[in-house]
Design a protein around this ligand. Structure first.
Ligand code: ZN
Length: 314
């Protein structure tokens, strides 16, 4: 029994010691764990801290970067704005310059208008005197006469209000006689275009100068006040074209009109003297003097005969 009791006791004792050992081991383990934890924790914390620091640093850097980028964007925007402002300024400057040049142009034009206004009307400039042939150039009521012949050409104009109302009686009387004599020879004559008032000539010339240009129009159409059609002593007969000069009527007129007091006013190759192209249709009544301008089929001009010019002053 004693043996069993002893064994029991031993067993109990060893059991306690084992339990104690286990407990000790456990406690040791726990403490070790704690130690490990204690050992790991600071490191990991440090690591975490450093990581966090790193993260914050990265974040800060990123923020800085983004701020820098934003600043750059802002700078670019401002630069763009400045450029736009500059462009606007240059545009306004250009516009101002254009306005200035316009103003300058107006300034340049304005005095011209004033000059034109101040300019004395041609009718008021007295061209009376003596012709190169020694004839007196008279001026009566604004109308010029040389050797008693009324003059209307590029140099000598008629007053705008000069209006006989139609072809004058001396023209009609002479024309009717010529017409009758021509008819006896089988030639028929008629007035295609007779008297033209200042206003009608003005409209005609405007139309021609618009269509052909004033330089060209000046060779065949008179400016208002310069037309013989306003005198009531000139007319275009039959056909108003150059071919008329080669017709029977044209030839008859060129060789017989002087007998009735008419002249072929704008003969061939005399444009530099009369200022007009050859007009085989245009006849002017001057009376007795007509025969002095005709020389065996050749015509001298009224300008040559009287010694006067036919040129526009401008
Ligand atoms: Zn005519």
């Amino acid at each position: 029994m004693k043996k069993y009791l002893i064994i029991l006791c031993v067993l109990l004792l060893t059991g306690c010691s084992l339990k104690l050992d286990f407990k000790e081991n456990n406690s040791n383990n726990e403490s070790n764990d704690k130690k490990v934890e204690e050992k790991i924790d600071p490191l990991t914390l440090e690591k975490i801290d450093s990581e966090e620091e790193k993260n914050t640093e990265i974040k800060e850097k990123e923020e800085e970067k983004s701020q820098i980028e934003e600043q750059k964007v802002e700078e670019v925007k401002e630069e763009k704005k400045e450029i736009q402002k500059k462009d606007e300024k240059t545009e306004t400057k250009v516009e101002e310059k254009v306005e200035e040049t316009k103003k300058e142009e107006n300034k340049v034009i304005e005095p011209k208008k004033e000059e034109q206004k101040v300019e004395v009307p041609k009718e008021d400039i007295d061209l009376s005197g003596v012709s190169s042939k020694g004839y007196e150039i008279k001026r009566v009521n604004g109308i010029y006469y040389v050797k008693g012949i009324l003059i209307a050409n590029k140099t000598y104009s008629l007053p705008s209000d000069y209006n006989p109302g139609g072809l004058l009686s001396e023209f009609n009387t002479a024309f009717n006689k010529m017409k009758q004599d021509a008819a006896k020879e089988g030639i028929s004559l008629w007035v295609a275009s007779g008297f033209r008032a200042y206003s009608l000539q003005s409209a005609l010339y405007k139309q021609y100068s618009n269509s052909y240009g004033s330089a060209s129009a000046d060779t065949f159409s008179a400016r208002p006040g310069h037309s013989e059609h306003q005198t009531g002593l000139a007319a275009d007969l039959n056909q108003i074209n150059e071919a008329f000069g080669n017709t029977a009527a044209g030839k008859w007129l060129a060789n017989n009109c002087y007998k009735y007091g008419f002249i072929l006013r704008y003969p061939k190759n005399k444009q530099s003297i009369t200022g007009y192209i050859y007009e085989p249709w245009h006849f002017r009544y001057i009376g007795e003097e007509a025969k002095n301008l005709y020389n065996d089929g050749e015509w001298i001009t009224l300008e040559e005969y009287l010694g006067i010019d036919s040129k526009y002053s401008n």
